[in-house]
Design a protein around this ligand. Structure first.
Ligand code: ZN
Length: 292
């Protein structure tokens, strides 16, 4: 099944929710980065969150960037989503490996680190992007995302994210949900939501039973009548181009670029997010230098 995202609202109008299945795009990310199981799980969770947060943005060309800087061996994780929910991502040390936890699960919190920051940058094509940052709660990512919404946007939020990696390291299941209270929601709704979430159980188990995002949402919110607003396909999508890479080279500065030309004579630059490599000959690099 291809990856897709659903967006819904409760019939009473007090709760909005999104869910996404991301097996294919997470597998694509794993292959691009040759990621270890724990790196795949961490990046996969952040990709699912980014997809749902990106799809929530209005306006052409809007995007959201999620950056987690933790003190764990994976280093910095970065995910960018367009306003449809198409995502790309990278992890600083994708080969970092950790022993599985005592309960048999991948140690995402240990990989990300238990302290650090989650930064969210929403670029809505206004003059300045909106930037919010929170301290990590434990590096398991879903609760860090929820904490971001509560602290930075004052929106009560429940988030569940899950990635199951198979024995051959490929991605078996991936996805998640994001549930938020709308203004005016009466007290007691949170308790009903939390009760449903508790009863539904872990996201990975829900995904394993059935990873259709609408089904996922209906099981997590079974006490609520849901109206599905949209269902859209999502995928791993990079927007890199030769022009962007050229701009990155120019931003290195005259001195750095000159020494690159002197030392290497040419450059092969790989995209941070996908498997594209951009080759620049000596003449092309000198052209960039003289354009500065
Ligand atoms: Zn790319």
């Amino acid at each position: 099944m291809s990856d897709k995202l659903v967006r819904a609202i409760s019939k009473d109008g007090f709760v909005k929710a999104a869910a996404v299945s991301t097996r294919e795009l997470t597998e694509r990310a794993r292959q691009i980065h040759d990621a270890s199981p724990v790196a795949t799980a961490a990046l996969g969770r952040l990709l699912a969150a980014g997809s749902m947060m990106g799809n929530d943005l209005k306006g052409d060309g809007a995007s959201v960037t999620l950056r987690i800087k933790g003190d764990g061996p994976l280093g910095t994780l970065l995910v960018v989503s367009d306003n449809q929910g198409n995502v790309r991502g990278s992890v600083q040390t994708p080969q970092a490996a950790l022993p599985v936890r005592e309960d048999g699960k991948l140690d995402v919190g240990g990989g990300v680190g238990h302290t650090g920051t989650l930064t969210v940058i929403k670029d809505l094509n206004l003059k300045e992007p909106y930037v919010g940052s929170v301290e990590l709660l434990g590096g398991e990512i879903a609760e860090d995302i929820a904490s971001y919404f509560v602290e930075s946007e004052q929106i009560p939020t429940a988030c569940g994210l899950g990635v199951l990696v198979d024995r051959d390291r490929s991605v078996l299941r991936a996805g998640g949900y994001l549930i938020q209270l709308l203004p005016g929601a009466p007290e007691g709704i949170i308790d009903r939501l939390e009760k449903g979430i508790m009863e539904a159980g872990p996201v990975t188990k829900l995904l394993l039973d059935n990873d259709d995002p609408e089904s996922l949402l209906r099981r997590v919110m079974k006490d609520f009548e849901l109206e599905i607003l949209e269902t859209v396909p999502v995928e791993y999508r990079c927007y890199c181009s030769r022009e962007r890479v050229s701009r990155a080279l120019i931003s290195m500065g005259r001195e750095e670029l000159s020494s690159l030309i002197a030392e290497q004579g040419q450059a092969d630059l790989s995209c941070q997010f996908c498997d594209k490599v951009y080759h620049f000959s000596k003449e092309e690099l000198e052209g960039l230098l003289s354009s500065m």
